[in-house]
Design a protein around this ligand. Structure first.
Ligand code: ADP
Ligand code: MG
Length: 269
């Protein structure tokens, strides 16, 4: 028998940690989501009736022609934009129904972003760039520093912490950006063409790193790409076309790694 009346306003925010509970809902859930852009007399239906569920620990590639709606979808997943209609739940929270401040909190707690252009602060060291999300969180300096160093260690950049972005290669800059995205330990990483500005060797390095994070940290990675080789590495490939999901399919799991071979080639290098 329930005596308390149904709450009128939204319940307080309960944000997930990375640890799953027994009855875990999908990390992301879109139901009938659409996005219309009005520009002058024209309406662009950038997303139309999108239904999508993504569980924890999945690596999803989003592919599709230019203008198909990939970035619009990512902006909604990243709580940077709201759907025009439909519901988007992230970690069980109906984010579309939340205030601007609450969505900013959700972004800071649950999400890490990686961009094609790295988006690092130019006159700021790698360490300070990685600390920034923790500054917004109001953490004390020592704790920020320790967490930022841990994240830089995770991406293999401990010996570059005092370098500024223009003193780093493209691949190193993107690794700093990945450390910045990871430092808050979010369950979800969103990446819009993260290797678009990188050469093929560096692309492999960055993809190896992202894959390792999915495997070891059970991070969910949603990554926009137009490169087939990258999409082939994902668990699942979603093709967007004219604002709709045209195809949603799973890649066969890769064969187990040949550990002896990897060690062999490393010792030769
Ligand atoms: P993609 O990332 O797949 O290239 P987008 O999501 O950027 O595609 O764009 C989808 C459609 O929405 C395109 O037709 C684009 O021109 C339009 N669009 C995107 N952003 C806006 C905006 N802010 N105002 C008006 N139209 C937009
Ligand atoms: Mg785009």
């Amino acid at each position: 028998m329930s005596r308390s009346p149904a709450p009128r306003s939204n319940p307080p925010l309960r944000l997930l940690s990375r640890e799953p509970s027994a009855a875990e809902p999908a990390l992301l859930e879109l139901q009938g989501v659409g996005k219309d852009y009005v520009s002058g007399p024209e309406v662009v239906h950038a997303l139309i009736d999108v239904d999508l569920e993504i569980p924890r620990g999945q690596f999803v590639a989003i592919v599709g022609a230019s203008g198909s709606g990939k970035s619009t979808l990512m902006n909604i997943l990243g709580c940077l934009d709201r759907p025009s209609y439909g519901a988007y739940r992230l970690g069980g929270i109906d984010v579309g129904a939340r205030s601007v401040d609450e969505r900013a909190l959700v972004r800071n707690r649950l999400l890490g972003f990686i961009f094609q252009g790295f988006n690092l602060l130019p006159r700021t060291t790698a360490l300070e760039n990685v600390e920034l999300p923790l500054v917004y969180r109001g953490l004390p300096r020592q704790k920020r520093r320790r967490m930022a160093l841990e994240a830089l260690e995770q991406v293999g950049l401990l010996e570059r912490v005092s370098h500024r972005p223009n003193e780093l290669s493209g691949g190193q800059q993107q690794r700093v950006a990945i450390a910045r995205a990871l430092v808050t330990r979010p369950p979800l990483l969103l990446a819009d063409e993260p290797t678009g500005n990188l050469d093929s060797r560096t692309t492999l390095e960055v993809m190896d790193l992202l894959e390792k994070l999915v495997e070891t940290e059970r991070i969910t990675l949603v990554l926009v790409t137009h490169e087939e080789e990258i999409a082939a590495r994902a668990h699942r490939v979603i093709t967007v076309r004219d604002g709709r999901i045209q195809d949603d399919s799973y890649n066969a799991p890769p064969p187990p790694r040949q550990k002896a071979d990897a060690e062999h080639s490393e010792s030769e290098a």
